[in-house]
Design a binder for this molecule. Structure first.
Ligand code: DEZ
Ligand code: MG
Length: 306
C-alpha cells in the first residue's frame, strides 16, 4: 500500500524540504503550468525560484500538437524562459522511436499521421516521411469514390508502414477510414499518447486517446503502442539526454495515469500532483494503485517555501 502523499500547500517547511530533496524537476505542461492559454498564477515565479536554486528543469508534455520549438515559443511568450533543449514532447518521443528504434522494411518507412503539425515537424526533424495529418485534401467529407478507392487500395500509399495517432483537432471519417485500412494492411499502430482528455479553459475536452478510440474499436480493442507518458521508453530517452540521477528527480503532473505513473514506474525520487488540471482532489487517488508522494493545490503554492 503506497504511503499517503504529503500535502504541501501552506507548509513552508515542508515545501523547503521538498525542493531541497531534488536536483531535477520534470514538469508536465497542460493542467500544471497552464490550462490552454491561461497561465496559472505563480507559475513563472516558482520556476524562476527553482532555476535560481540551480535546479534542472525539463518540460515533459504529452501534447503532440506542437513541436519542441513551438513549445519553447509558447513558454517564452508566457514569460517562462526556456530553451528547445529543455522541451521533451510525445511527438518527439514518437519520432525518435520510429526513426531510431522501430524495425521497418525499407519500402515501408512512411507514417500515416492522425494528428497536428507538431507531429509532422518532429518527424521531419528525424527525416521520417509522412502523409495524412494536416493535409488539406483530407479535410472533407468522404465521397462514394473514396470507399471504392480505399477498399481497392488505389487510394492507399504502399510505402506506409506506420499509423501514428495523436491529438487531432481536425479528425474526421475519411482520415479514420484511411488509417484503418493501413492498419488492416499491417501498418504498425502507434500513438504519441493516450490521454483521454485535454484540460483547457479550466474544463476537460477530448484528448489524444479519444482521437485513437475509433481505430481501437475497429481493431477489436487492439491498443496502439504509446510513446508518451507513462511510456518508459520516453523516460529512458529523457534520462539519456539529461543524464540525471533518478532518485534526485521529481515528476510534477496533473494526471495520475500518465504523469504520476510515469514518475513512479521510472523509479524517480518523487512525484508531485498539482490539482489544477485533470486531477482535482486527493480523493481521486485514494485506494488506487497510482498515488503521488506529494500534492499541492497549484504549482504557484511552492513559492512560499523559499
Ligand atoms: O490529449 C492530450 O494530448 C493531452 O490531454 C495533453 O496533451 C496533455 O498534455 P500534458 O498534460 O502532458 O502537457
Ligand atoms: Mg497535464
Amino acid at each position: 500500500m503506497a504511503a499517503s502523499p504529503k500535502y504541501l500547500t501552506g507548509d513552508r517547511e515542508g515545501i523547503k524540504e521538498f525542493i531541497d530533496q531534488f536536483d531535477v524537476f520534470l514538469f508536465d505542461c497542460d493542467g500544471v503550468l497552464w490550462s490552454g492559454d491561461h497561465l496559472f498564477e505563480g507559475t513563472v515565479k516558482t520556476l524562476e525560484i527553482l532555476r535560481n536554486k540551480g535546479k534542472q528543469i525539463v518540460f515533459v508534455t504529452n501534447n503532440s500538437t506542437k513541436s519542441r520549438t513551438e513549445y519553447m515559443k509558447k513558454l517564452t511568450n508566457m514569460g517562462i524562459p526556456a530553451t528547445v533543449d529543455e522541451v521533451f514532447g510525445s511527438s518527439y518521443s514518437a519520432a525518435i522511436y520510429i526513426s531510431r528504434i522501430l524495425p521497418l522494411p525499407p519500402s515501408q518507412k512512411t507514417v500515416f499521421v492522425l494528428g497536428e503539425k507538431g507531429i509532422e515537424t518532429e518527424l521531419d526533424s528525424e527525416n521520417v516521411p509522412h502523409i495524412g495529418g494536416t493535409d488539406p485534401s483530407l479535410q472533407r467529407p468522404i465521397e462514394q469514390k473514396d470507399y471504392e478507392e480505399i477498399a481497392s487500395g488505389a487510394a492507399l500509399d504502399p510505402s506506409v508502414g506506420v499509423v501514428l495517432c495523436g491529438l487531432d483537432f481536425h479528425i474526421n471519417y475519411l482520415k479514420i477510414a484511411l488509417a484503418y485500412h493501413y492498419l488492416q494492411r499491417g501498418a504498425v499502430f502507434l500513438a504519441t499518447n493516450i490521454d483521454t482528455t485535454l484540460p483547457s479553459a479550466n474544463a476537460l475536452f477530448p484528448g489524444a486517446g479519444t482521437c485513437a478510440a475509433p481505430l481501437v474499436a475497429m481493431m477489436g480493442g487492439k491498443k496502439p503502442t504509446s510513446l508518451g507518458k507513462p511510456s518508459q521508453a520516453m523516460m529512458d530517452a529523457i534520462e539519456g539526454k539529461f543524464r540525471f540521477e533518478r532518485k534526485r528527480a521529481c515528476m510534477v503532473g496533473d494526471r495520475l495515469d500518465t504523469d504520476i505513473r510515469f514518475g513512479i514506474e521510472g523509479g524517480l525520487g518523487g512525484t508531485l500532483c498539482v490539482l489544477t488540471g485533470v486531477t482535482r482532489a486527493a480523493e481521486e487517488w485514494k485506494g488506487g494503485e497510482t498515488v503521488p508522494s506529494f500534492y499541492v493545490d497549484k504549482l504557484g503554492d511552492l513559492r512560499v517555501g523559499v
